[in-house]
Design a protein around this ligand. Structure first.
Ligand code: PMP
Length: 405
């Protein structure tokens, strides 16, 4: 199937940069060695792997031996959360804290821990999606072992103040894991300055290949996630198995490019976001941006078009590829758990679209997106009984509450 749609779903995945592909190709062919082998084939692969680890550690200012290759953020989240909690339980710290707005892969870890006798707490966020620091502090106690927070939310782009959160955790001697999937390579991250224990990231969100990610593990905290009796020579005893060298090379190159392009990409994306918002808001009423207007990554924009279902909008605005809710849950017609946790009224949450801008987006793409979204909204509103109710002043939230009770 071919598509000529304008891609505005960069938070879901990104196309591989052609320079990344070129860098990977030799390692699928003549340079096919296993980095654990001591002959030349192995040593060439090891050199490539070393280079890739350096490119990644440079991006986040970690040490070389703090970068562990995984299959992606889901696996990194799993290792950081489940393994460290299993370790911490042996020291009588069996409480895990995260936010209600986390990615499903983190919420699944919380579910798993719950099922196996750990105490898990999912914290509420403020209406703008950011965390109330005093609320976090109140919820930390002697039994708390680990806090896990998403740096940039995948549905709203809301960015948490990791430095403040880290200070709170450090003061109480609690480990901190950051799901940085949507922040890695897009906004500056300095793990030393942030003073965090673990960080997860995926290659395919930064124009690298799919199926590869990293778990940063601070040296002093690696003992919490190391596999007992694992070979310390392979991924520092944290992850075993044969390393996919071509994918690691691709991720390293993607990290290097991301570091070089970061400030120009962010400036371009900020300007495109401004264009999108001004274009939509100047032509439609009853549209809302969900999430903080100050603390956010500008490439992820969550907009509600009141009176329209998000899914219907997606179908109608058919020159653009966007998401309603997050891609991982968009096959379900339920209200996004992120928007619900932010206290967004159901009718507004259901009318939301996630539009994500990337480095290949151009101003002309945004013009087309505005044109399609405005036309689609106007068309759907003409047919929408909900829009009629809104216009005649009926409290639509009460109607929704009755419908779901
Ligand atoms: N965390 C966040 C915030 C994400 O956006 C994603 C991907 N949507 C993941 C974790 C999981 O990443 P992956 O699918 O690459 O394992």
């Amino acid at each position: 199937m071919e598509t000529s749609k304008i891609y505005l779903d960069y938070a879901s995945t990104t196309p591989c940069d052609k320079d990344v592909v070129a860098e990977m190709v030799p390692y699928f062919g003549e340079q096919f060695g296993n980095p654990n082998s001591i002959h030349d084939y192995g040593q060439i692969a090891l050199e490539a792997l070393t280079n890739s680890r350096i490119q990644i550690k440079n991006l986040i200012n970690s040490e070389f031996d703090e970068i562990v290759f995984t299959s992606g953020s889901t696996e990194s989240n799993n290792i950081a959360i489940i393994r460290s909690m299993q370790y911490l339980k042996t020291t009588n710290k069996n409480r895990f804290i995260t936010l209600k707005t986390e990615h499903k892969s983190v919420l699944d870890c919380a579910d798993y821990l719950n099922r196996f006798g750990f105490e898990t707490t999912l914290l509420d966020v403020k209406n703008d999606g950011t965390l109330e620091f005093s609320y976090l502090e109140e919820n930390l106690n002697e039994q708390t072992g680990l806090v896990s927070i998403c740096f940039v939310n995948n549905e709203t782009g809301v960015a948490q103040d990791i430095k403040k959160i880290s200070k709170i955790c450090c003061d109480k001697n609690i480990l901190l894991h950051i799901d940085a999937t949507q922040a890695f390579g897009k906004i500056p991250i300095d793990v030393k300055d942030l003073d965090i224990d673990f960080l997860s990231a995926s290659g395919h969100k930064i124009y690298g290949p799919k199926g590869i990610g990293v778990l940063f593990g601070k040296k002093q905290s690696q003992k919490f996630i190391r596999v007992p009796r694992a070979n310390p020579e392979v991924e520092f005893g944290i992850r075993s198995g044969t390393i996919p060298v071509p994918l690691c090379v691709g991720l390293g190159k993607a990290a290097e490019i991301a570091q070089n392009e970061m400030s120009s990409n962010i400036n371009k994306i900020k300007a495109l976001k401004k264009q999108l918002i001004e274009g939509i808001f100047s032509q439609l009423d009853e549209v809302y941006i969900n999430g903080s207007s100050e603390n956010n990554y500008p490439g992820i924009i969550n907009i509600s078009f009141r009176g329209c279902e998000g899914e219907a909008l997606m179908m109608e605005a058919n020159r653009i590829a966007v998401s309603s809710g997050s891609a991982c849950t968009s096959n379900k017609l339920s209200v996004s758990h992120v928007l619900a946790a932010m206290g967004i009224p159901s009718d507004i949450a259901q009318s939301s679209l996630r539009i994500t801008i990337g480095k290949y987006t151009e101003s002309l793409d945004i013009d087309i997106a505005i044109e399609d979204l405005v036309a689609a909204t106007n068309k759907l509103r003409l047919m929408s009984p909900i829009w009629d109710m809104i216009k005649s002043g009926i409290d639509i939230e009460k109607v929704f509450q009755r419908r779901s009770s």
